[in-house]
Design a protein around this ligand. Structure first.
Ligand code: MRU
Length: 378
């Protein structure tokens, strides 16, 4: 199936209104996810700084989505760099400063750095001038967007192979790894959508995902909106649900996966994996190649984003903790590979030993896709 055909056929599974990122040729239109589920508000970004702010504030969020948004943000950055000076050296220097600022907005999800490095290394470095690079940056940003849609589609099919011959499947998920978090159907929720389309899914149990409630505000919203049965539970109910025999498998997304198979994902994922292990429930991670960090082996080396204390001390702007109390607010945790039953990728399902299956995957990418070779060599 051609890339366009694959994307088109999967669009039938995904509601159009769920499109969180749209490039209209002049500006980047982002669905403001901080306002969901109460308001469907769009931000019209005409300046790369608005894109940076949107990524930092989680208006656009989810590892693949922030990579796609940053790609488009670089078109705006290139335009400003060209207008900022008459000489090519200053234009390029200004562009690289803007690109670095965008890259630093969120440290854990590698898709962000991956998308920016891909454009800088493949397009900007080899171009003789920013003016000639500009149309190529736009083409590469669109390619990253379209590619993410195709990767989601392939992951959905690959993930479904884990459930062949099964019906009435009950999946627990954490955070939002759906259409809102990607340019396509979602990673974990792409698999869910495929199972639903195959009449194999009974329902999804969605952890609410403290402190910012991506599970309640986004996953429950997205699935409910698209008519996929979903039951919302608070994070501290996940182990109970497993103990009650309500969960057949866990599927989550990822922000970064090391070569040993350690997985950084939304805070609380590690606890879910431990509970799944205790109940003999498979714990699956769905992620495309752009989420793998082929330069890191140990999960302990993944930088973990620490966020504002107010996210924990307040609920919808109202204080829920004493003023001045100390807060710990890591946005992500790392699930060690021993707890991961399989990793669903667009190339198929990877199993332990991950240092071998991920090395094989890396080898296939470098061999088959020359456009990412330069990135992998960085
Ligand atoms: O802080 P967020 O909302 O960006 O965190 C998102 C997650 O942790 C997702 O599970 C992950 O990025 C995978 S999205 C396909």
């Amino acid at each position: 199936m051609s890339l366009e055909a694959a994307v088109h056929s999967l669009d039938t599974l995904k509601s159009e209104s769920m499109k969180s990122i749209t490039w209209n040729g002049e500006s980047l239109i982002l669905l403001d996810q901080t306002k969901l589920p109460n308001q469907e508000t769009y931000i019209d970004c005409t300046d790369w700084r608005q894109v940076a702010e949107a990524i930092k504030k989680l208006r656009v969020r989810g590892a693949p989505a922030i990579g796609v948004a940053a790609g488009y943000g670089l078109i705006l950055a290139a335009k400003e760099a060209i207008a900022s000076a008459s000489d090519e050296v200053t234009q390029r220097a200004n562009f690289l400063t803007f690109a670095n600022t965008l890259k630093e907005t969120r440290p854990t999800a590698i898709n962000l750095a991956w998308a920016i490095d891909r454009i800088v290394t493949n397009i900007v470095f080899p171009s003789d001038a920013m003016v000639t690079a500009l149309p190529l940056i736009e083409a590469e940003a669109k390619a990253i967007d379209l590619e993410d849609q195709r990767l989601n589609a392939a992951m959905a099919k690959a993930g479904a192979t884990l459930f062949e011959g099964k019906k009435g499947i009950r999946i627990l998920t954490h955070c939002n790894a759906g259409a809102l978090a990607t340019a396509g159907l979602g990673t974990a929720l792409g698999v869910v959508r495929e199972l639903h389309a195959n009449n194999q899914l009974e329902r999804v149990y969605a952890d609410e995902t403290r402190p910012l409630l991506q599970g309640a505000r986004l996953t429950a919203f997205e699935l409910h909106h698209d008519g996929i049965p979903v039951t919302l539970l608070t994070d501290n109910m996940a182990a109970y649900a497993m103990q009650q025999g309500l969960i057949d498998a866990v599927i989550v997304g990822a922000d970064r996966i090391t070569t040993e198979g350690d997985v950084a994902n939304k805070i609380g994922t590690y606890g879910v994996a431990l509970a799944a292990k205790a109940h003999n429930i498979p714990f699956y991670v769905a992620a495309p190649y752009s989420t793998f960090d082929f330069t890191l082996a140990k999960g302990s080396d993944i930088p973990i984003e620490m966020r504002s204390a107010d996210e924990v001390k307040c609920f919808a702007g109202t204080p829920t903790a004493p003023e001045g109390v100390e807060v710990l607010n890591p946005a992500f945790d790392v699930t060690p590979h021993e707890l991961v039953s399989a990793i669903i990728t667009e190339e198929g399902v990877l199993t332990a030993p991950y240092n071998k299956s991920i090395t094989d995957l890396h080898y296939r990418f470098t061999k088959e896709n020359s456009s990412i070779v330069s990135y992998l060599r960085l």
